[in-house]
Ligand binder design. Structure first.
Ligand code: G3P
Ligand code: CA
Length: 308
């Protein structure tokens, strides 16, 4: 269900005056459905079954959050650590971090303390359902192999500062991976668009320099990021802003102001199992997309996305 710019780019380009031409042409048009951690409402997040289900539900983009293994491999994982979504505690009981802890001092098994071979031994599906007991943590390359040519890829660089503190340059590993897989070329971006996302402003600024053909989106939960002055500043290095949906609900006028500044607007996260003021998640998504006019959204339930 990919929709891309070509001749229509010219018609819409007034919206993206701050972006370089090559990057502007890589931006998709139409309302974009991003499968959040794959189709994570119905399959275990960041597993191949979740990514395949997202494709089955015609997602425009599939989202991998990324972490780096001890031996420098990119793996698809939301948390910096493995214990919430795998059986790492059972498999490696003594390998918890001695330097990093969770809330209330909870033990954490950092992905960066495990080799890819060790991570591949883990069960990443049973926590969701016994049906998925064989699901493993995918590498980024495996995710790309599945999705390439069928949907776009929307990677999030989760915690570059954590890796910097451990002597690991996550952004370089990621940029090298995209270049090795030729995902940053204009030819590839036509069939497999890529949009990079991060909450870390320094990271978004850096990928703007190091991967100039690829659009990038700044994630935020802060009202302070949707003032006119701040939107204009963001537009100097980002292609879009992705506010938490509550920020948009408090400031629906920010959508038009962001567009005027040259930024797309993407909201997160829409979940069928969340109790909201809307009767259904489809009606909630409809409000954001068609009343408030956002461009794209992340949802755990791509089969509920309201197409028009
Ligand atoms: O990346 C958009 C949204 O996914 C941010 O939240 O915590 O689910 O990565 P999170
Ligand atoms: Ca994410």
């Amino acid at each position: 269900m990919l929709k891309h710019l070509s001749a229509t780019a010219l018609a819409l380009s007034f919206c993206f005056l701050a972006a370089p031409e090559a990057q502007r042409q890589a931006m998709p048009i139409g309302k974009q459905l991003i499968a959040h951690r794959g189709a994570s409402g119905d399959a275990p997040e960041h597993t191949m079954p979740a990514y395949q289900l997202a494709l089955d539900h015609h997602a425009d983009f599939v989202e991998p959050d990324l972490a780096v293994s001890k031996d420098g491999q990119l793996v698809c994982l939301h948390d910096d650590s493995l214990e919430r979504t795998t059986n790492v505690e059972q498999m490696f009981p003594d390998r918890y971090s001695r330097t990093v802890q969770g809330r209330d001092g909870a033990k954490q098994w950092l992905a960066n303390d495990f080799t890819l071979q060790e991570i591949k031994r883990l069960d990443a599906g049973s926590w969701k359902s016994g049906r998925f007991a064989k699901a493993a943590v995918p590498t980024f390359d495996e995710m790309v192999s599945l999705v390439r040519g069928k949907a776009g890829i929307y990677p999030e660089l989760k915690s570059p500062p954590l890796y910097t503190g451990r002597g690991v340059d996550m952004v370089k590993i990621f940029a090298d991976s995209l270049k090795r897989q030729k995902l940053d070329t204009p030819e590839s971006l036509k069939t497999t668009p890529v949009i990079i996302q991060s909450f870390d402003e320094a990271t978004v600024r850096r990928v703007a320099r190091e991967l100039p053909t690829i659009p990038r989106v700044f994630l935020t939960s802060r009202d302070a990021d949707v003032t006119d002055a701040r939107l204009r500043e963001l537009a100097t290095f980002a292609s879009g802003i992705a506010p938490e949906k509550a920020v948009i609900a408090r400031h629906p006028d920010m959508v038009a102001r962001a567009h005027a500044a040259g930024l797309t607007v993407t909201a997160w996260t829409f979940r069928a199992d969340e109790k909201t003021a809307y009767p259904t998640v489809t009606e909630e998504m409809t409000q954001y997309l068609y009343t408030w006019g956002i461009d794209a959204l992340f949802t755990n339930n791509p089969d509920r996305f309201p197409r028009r």
